[in-house]
Design a protein around this ligand. Sequence first.
Ligand SMILES: [Zn+2]
Length: 205
Amino acid sequence: MNGPIRRALMECFFPFQCGACEQWGAAPFCSDCEVMLEVPTPVVLPGYDFVMVRYAYGGPLMEAVQAFKFHGRFELGLPLGRRLAERWPVEKRPDVVIPMPSSIQGLRSRGYSPSRELARAFTFPVNTRAAGRQGQQSPQVGLSRALRSSNQMKAFRVDPIAVSGRVVLVVDDVVTTGATLESMGGALRAAGVRSCMAAVLARST
Ligand SMILES: [Zn+2]
């Protein structure tokens, strides 16, 4: 049986497929891949009252994120988002969830925002219009951290009406240096948020 027909049949009988090894039956991970997921080291970011990172970026998690972000496995967004949402502490209740805005290039090449898909798994109100990218982003390589951060802050526009006086939860897929989240936090604070928290699917080191 050829690929597309087999795939359609499998999708019909087993609506889930592992994001890493593509085994049918469970998403985002099959039981084999599940046991290989790694716990991340904690992340503290200036300007955030609380940051939760779910996994270390490696092994099956990295494969699933790459499938989700770069290989068109759009349907992994919600199950991956659920992994994030199910660990979110119940006592921390944001007024609004804001997905990390995608870069223009990312949106153009993918046609969807990964963070927006992850954010759908949270039961809090999600606002996808409260923040966006703006302007041309100059290359960040070779700049000091302070300059990089001020450059990045200009990269975001935040609607003060949507966030002023509110507790905001930013949802993001992968954090590396944290510079992007930090500058998003800066833009949110400049727009008058009461408190800023972040939920990130994976930390890459
Ligand atoms: Zn698997």
